[in-house]
Design a protein around this ligand. Structure first.
Ligand code: GTQ
Ligand code: FE2
Length: 361
């Protein structure tokens, strides 16, 4: 076995020094062939724990609403195609991302406006903040929307929006296109100069009646990657939270919480994104929690604070906030409050990489 001696530096004038020089010369030579030594970067490419660029952040609805309303005077829904102000994570400006996998934006559609039909590989969800009686038509079926409604638009489903009501409607859009673009697998179709393809034989609200009522059409498929329900209405979901709360089924971190599910198989509503609605009873002081899915929250009732890695985020009705992956967080409320949340957890679970930690240090 060779031993390294430090006793005679004059006699062996640094084999270490020579090795370093030889290594550097080698790295330079392989670099010219588009290669690099893994051992120099191993710990930063195979990290011991999740490393995130995402910053915790709150977008206050007061600011957001007035700015989105102002955009209504600058551009029409028709011209913009989608009149949306992007909620950009402050640590990733210019990338159109709220988290590394999810886009978030606030869309507004004014009375009488329509946003033309299109389709894309990215799945989308809407979470309604303001207004009453505008619709999203998905594959030709109109889903009329009210605040708190959770509406899904699956991969490649044609969709358009319209507002026959007399009030502006605003909603939160969340799309998975940062994830789709990571895979470089995006396609989109605008139907420009073609038929809108929005004529089907389905009636308004059919999907919820057929699939969201504890019965299924005879001959419904035995499996489906995404839910056939278009609109999970607040009117139906919210009362369930009271029942869960009354039953005492209150998670120490997540409160009285339900998960939006695909009625065909009980799975997530979309393969890439999953959502929950949670009620926190008055005085709830949540236990710290962390998971690998960065999460976007929206408050629908009440208000409170979420402490993320020591930073306190304050939120009230219609405020949107982001918790980065693997950062320990806990919710606290003084009054009864409700939070909607959405993340890429189903995608991570499908890939076998999702983890949670109920006792972060
Ligand atoms: O409403 O179809 O915020 O396609 C981003 C992309 C909304 C939409 C967005 C979209 C839409
Ligand atoms: Fe779209």
């Amino acid at each position: 076995m060779p031993t390294v001696s430090t006793a005679k530096p004059e006699i062996e004038p640094g084999p270490k020094h020579n090795v370093e020089a030889m290594r550097e010369a080698f790295y330079e030579r392989i670099s010219k062939r588009d290669m690099a030594p893994l051992w120099k970067v191993m710990s930063s490419v195979v990290t011991k724990e999740p490393v995130t660029r995402v910053a915790p952040h709150v977008w206050r609805y007061d600011d957001v609403k007035s700015l989105v309303m102002e955009s209504g005077g600058l551009i029409s829904a028709e011209e913009a195609k989608r009149r949306v102000l992007i909620l950009e994570n402050p640590a990733m400006r210019g990338e159109s991302k709220a988290t590394n996998t999810l886009f978030a934006g606030i869309q507004m559609i004014l009375p009488g406006e329509v946003a033309p039909a299109h389709r894309h590989v990215s799945s989308a969800i809407r979470f309604v903040l303001d207004g009453e009686g505008a619709y999203t038509a998905v594959e030709g079926e109109k889903a009329f929307m009210s605040p708190g409604d959770f509406v899904i638009t699956a991969n490649w489903a044609p969709h358009d929006h319209g507002n026959p009501s007399d009030k502006p409607m605003l909603w939160l859009d969340v799309l998975d296109f940062p994830a789709v673009n990571f895979f470089e697998a995006s396609f989109a179709d605008s139907y420009e100069g073609k038929e809108t393809m929005q004529n089907t034989t389905r009636g308004d609200g059919d999907s919820l009646a057929f699939y969201g009522s504890g019965v299924l059409p005879d001959g419904a498929p035995a499996d489906m990657k995404r839910s056939p329900v278009i609109n999970y209405t607040y009117a139906r979901t919210r009362p369930i939270l009271d029942r869960v709360n009354k039953a005492g089924d209150i998670d120490k971190s997540h409160g009285a919480r339900v998960r939006y599910a695909n009625p065909i198989n009980g799975g997530p509503v979309l393969p890439t994104m999953g959502a929950n609605l949670a009620l926190f009873p008055k005085g709830f002081k949540g236990e710290k929690y962390r998971a690998t899915d960065g999460t976007i929250f929206v408050c629908t009732e009440g208000g409170g604070t979420t402490t993320v890695d020591g930073e306190v985020l304050e939120w009230g009705v219609n405020d949107v906030f982001v918790v980065p992956p693997w950062k320990a967080y806990s919710h606290q409320v003084n009054k009864e409050s409700v939070l909607f949340s959405i993340s890429d957890r189903p995608a991570q679970e499908a890939l076998g990489i999702w983890r949670e930690d109920r006792r972060p240090g």
